[in-house]
Design a protein around this ligand. Structure first.
Ligand SMILES: C[S@@+](CC[C@H](N)C(=O)[O-])C[C@H]1O[C@@H](n2cnc3c(N)ncnc32)[C@H](O)[C@@H]1O
Length: 222
């Protein structure tokens, strides 16, 4: 990720957290464990979304009456828990993760959160696993894997989300690099291309919410 400068929105985010984006003990432990692991090992591959982004995704899934969710990038399962808790008893969440260690850790966190029966982790590269999913099947697709592939995930998400469904993506600010045309790194370019696609695809309405590192929310019309 690009170097983080002080986020001027941080006090507002903390206010939003206090006003409703509450983590329970499992979510709080999951996020702090992942962040502590990253600090200890320098491993930067699975940063979780923020609590306010998690709460927003959960509310969107509830408002959309989502029964089927596809997630791209499980990490340690933090965002998966937020989303799975919005599902009804017979709902299903498929989540794609390529790293076997992340899969193992996510399985443990999902079990601790009591949502393991609703979640299926599909291990593999997302660009290979997504096309094998049913088309127009999911009520909500959430994208949070490798940033350079975001444009590809957008095209695939469009194929797999139902009409009237939602496509959401995290990190669309890329800590500001998404706004900086001079930054030609593959990740920044991937995010920029995603934002262009999401804001210009006919039949789709998109809004970027300033939660966490930018949460893009798209509604797919017919
Ligand atoms: C930012 S983390 C996901 C964090 C998670 N959504 C959360 O909020 O808790 C991104 C995850 O995507 C996985 N990933 C990266 N590239 C991938 C790919 N091509 N296919 C599948 N998973 C991938 C990484 O191993 C990592 O676990």
């Amino acid at each position: 990720m690009p170097a983080a400068s002080a986020n001027p929105l941080l006090p507002l985010m903390e206010f939003i957290r206090r006003m409703g984006a509450h983590e329970d003990a499992v979510l709080a432990a999951c996020r702090s464990d992942v962040l502590a692991l990253q600090q200890r090992t320098g491993e930067g591959g699975a940063p979780p979304i923020t609590p306010e982004a998690g709460k927003c995704l959960q509310l969107l899934a509830r408002i959309a009456n989502a029964k089927r969710i596809l997630e791209v990038g499980t990490g340690y399962g933090y965002s998966t828990i937020w989303l799975a808790r919005a599902l009804p008893r017979d709902g299903e969440l498929r989540t794609i993760e390529e790293d076997p260690q992340h899969v193992k850790a996510a399985e443990a966190w999902l079990a601790r959160a009591g949502v393991q029966d609703k979640v299926r982790i599909l291990q593999g590269k997302a660009a290979g696993v997504m096309p094998a999913q049913p088309t127009k099947y999911f009520d909500l697709v959430f994208i949070d894997a490798d940033k350079q592939s975001y444009p590809k995930y957008w095209e695939l998400a469009l194929r797999h989300v139902r009409s009237g469904g939602l496509i959401c993506a995290d990190n669309v600010f890329w800590l500001g690099a998404a706004l900086d045309e001079q930054d030609q790194s593959p990740d920044a370019a991937g995010i920029r291309a995603y934002n262009r696609l999401a804001s210009s695809t006919p039949g789709v309405e998109t809004l970027i919410l300033p939660l966490g590192d930018g949460l893009s929310v798209s509604w797919r019309g017919s």
